[in-house]
Every structure is written in structure tokens, then in C-alpha cells.
Design a protein around this ligand. Sequence first.
Ligand SMILES: [Zn+2]
Length: 84
Amino acid sequence: MVPFLVLSRSNDDVVLQVVCVTCEKPKQLTVTTEQARELASSARRNIQFVLPDMPRAQRELLITGTCGACWNELFPPLPSDETK
Ligand SMILES: [Zn+2]
């Protein structure tokens, strides 16, 4: 998991910021207060259990530090109609 900054905090939500390791742009993620607490904890479970509802691209940002746009460039979807 990559380090993240806490940008803002409300009663229910916490906005986290992760800088993409590839394009170096800051990206924001919104999680619940409870999720943020667990992410910051050393007893954290696997991210997919902590954030089951988060889209995979956003989880990848937390896990690998690669944003969705860079992830798509690194791992473009395979053309399904190509038969080589
Ligand atoms: Zn990126």
C-alpha cells in the first residue's frame, strides 16, 4: 500500500490524496471515516475487504500508487476480436 494524505474530513467521509507514481498527479479518493481509520491502522485487513465497494481502479491507486488512467495505459484491455 502507498502512503496517502488526508485532505479533508467531515462527519462521515474522509478525502484521501495519493500521488500517482507514474504520472505524479495527485488523485483524490473518498472513503468513510471507519475505512480511513482502518487504512491507517497497522492491523489493516486486505484492502479489498476494507473497501469492497470501491471501484477496482481506485483500489489500485491505494495498493500500487497507479491511477486509473496510467493503469489503462500499462495494461490496455485486450482487443477481443483479434485472433492471432
Ligand atoms: Zn497516473
